[in-house]
Design a protein around this ligand. Structure first.
Ligand code: HOZ
Length: 425
């Protein structure tokens, strides 16, 4: 038995499924997950001593690669001053200033400890502000694991066959209207059937949780226009895309001003964090100013703030987005060339350092077209890559992530492995 196998056996005795987040399990691709001993740059070192080029990047945060010296130094310096205060601390203010600087739609921001908290709180805030109960979400979008949002959810919920989670009271789920993404007529009909009742529309503007999916031209503009016309709060969930596809996220790329935005991942530099922010008039509904309650012992935690500030400062200094896009194109280009040579149908939507490979002849523009891709073939592809030393998200329905640390050898080697794996299918 390998060290990872032994650890997994021990974990399964005590931790449901042996993992602390279902996306880490290999159940949909087959086999057992490896355990990671350490990570540096673009590479994970497993408990078995294998080195793997990592296309998961801790599910998004590691845009500068793992264990970046500047982020490590910032955490070490913060550690000297203490790990948690339970009072306001100066780093929270610095973080808020950075977020507001790069996201012009955010006038005020509240920091919390995870993306789930951010989206859950943004929904409550939208309901409190509008005094309406119903919300609209889109099939395949994943906004964390709070009750109202675990309906037709993507990510691990979809991967493991529970897009409508058990344990969510029917009365809660009834308040969530689920629509197909990229379908303007469905959105129009939902507003017409629920006039004056929709508190908010929440979406991942570019979906990253049913694989990576881009909006049709004009779709996001339509969503902005119809929400404004109906007095509903538009929430962009940029937990994955914020600071990753551009400093100002998808809203910068698409030139759209949502009312609220949720953030996480990169703004914690690899430590637990979340944030939601937007128009001051809405944000001031939050306690202690307003009637919508939201709180957290570790919110604005000084270690997470220090790591996140270092990560954002690096982005500001390096402006790496063109470089990251070139890396994304390189991997997707290699995969497409190998698939074309083999006559294998492949869709590979990509923006910057986020992309997915779907084995299907049909362009992927929503959850049903993503689900029509060949997930079994993806499982074989996943294992061929893993055998070759490249770790992909262990699901056909997750986005891949790149970091600046992939430049050079890592990306060249990964392209070779991905191409060879496709050829072997
Ligand atoms: N959004 C992440 C994956 N799609 C979440 C990671 C997790 O659930 O652990």
């Amino acid at each position: 038995m390998t060290s990872s196998e032994k650890l997994f056996e021990r974990a399964k005795q005590l931790i449901p499924g042996g993992v602390n987040s279902p996306v880490r399990a290999f159940r949909s691709v087959g086999g057992a997950p490896f355990f990671t001993r350490s990570a540096q740059g673009a590479t994970l070192t497993t408990a078995d001593g294998r080195e793997l080029i990592d296309f998961v990047c801790t599910w998004g945060p590691a845009i500068h690669g793992h264990n970046h010296p500047r982020i490590k130094a910032a955490i070490a310096a913060a550690l000297e001053r203490g790990t948690s205060f339970g009072t306001p601390n100066p780093l929270e203010v610095e973080m808020a200033e950075l977020i507001v600087k790069f996201f012009p739609s955010i006038q005020k921001v509240r920091l919390c400890s995870s993306g789930t908290e951010a989206t859950m709180s943004a929904i409550r805030l939208a309901r409190g502000y509008t005094k309406r109960d119903k919300i609209i979400k889109f099939a395949g979008c994943y906004h964390g694991h709070s009750d109202s949002l675990l309906v037709a959810a993507g990510s691990g919920a979809l991967t493991h066959g529970h897009p409508d989670s058990a344990g969510v009271p029917a009365a809660f789920a009834q308040q969530t209207i689920v629509l197909p993404y990229n379908d303007t007529a469905a959105l129009q009909a939902a507003f017409a059937a629920n006039t004056g009742q929709i508190a908010c529309v929440i979406l991942e503007p570019y979906i990253g949780n049913v694989g990576f999916i881009k909006p049709d031209a004009g779709y996001l503009q339509f969503v902005r226009q119809i929400t404004a016309a109906h007095g509903s709060v538009l929430i962009f969930d940029e937990v994955m895309t914020g600071f990753r596809l551009a400093k100002g996220g998808v809203q910068e790329l698409e030139k759209i001003t949502p009312d609220l935005t949720t953030l996480g991942k990169i703004i914690g530099g690899g430590l637990p964090v979340g944030a939601f922010g937007g128009r001051a008039e809405i944000m001031d509904y939050l306690a202690p100013l307003g009637p919508v309650y939201q709180a957290g012992t570790l919110s604005g935690n000084p270690l997470a703030m220090a790591a996140g500030i270092a990560s954002l400062q690096l982005l500001e200094e390096l402006n790496p987005y063109a470089r990251l896009d070139a890396l994304g194109r390189q991997v997707v280009g290699a995969a497409k060339a190998a698939a074309a040579a083999k006559g294998l149908p492949l869709q590979a939507p990509q923006v910057g350092s986020m992309f997915s490979l779907f084995f299907t002849p049909t362009p992927v523009r929503d959850m049903p077209t993503a689900l029509a891709s060949d997930a079994k073939l993806f499982g074989r592809f996943f294992h061929a890559c893993l055998d070759g030393g490249v770790y992909l998200p262990p699901s056909a329905y997750e986005a891949w992530f790149l970091s600046t640390a992939h430049e050079g050898n890592a990306v060249a080697r990964a392209c070779e492995v991905v191409s060879k794996a496709i050829t072997s299918l």
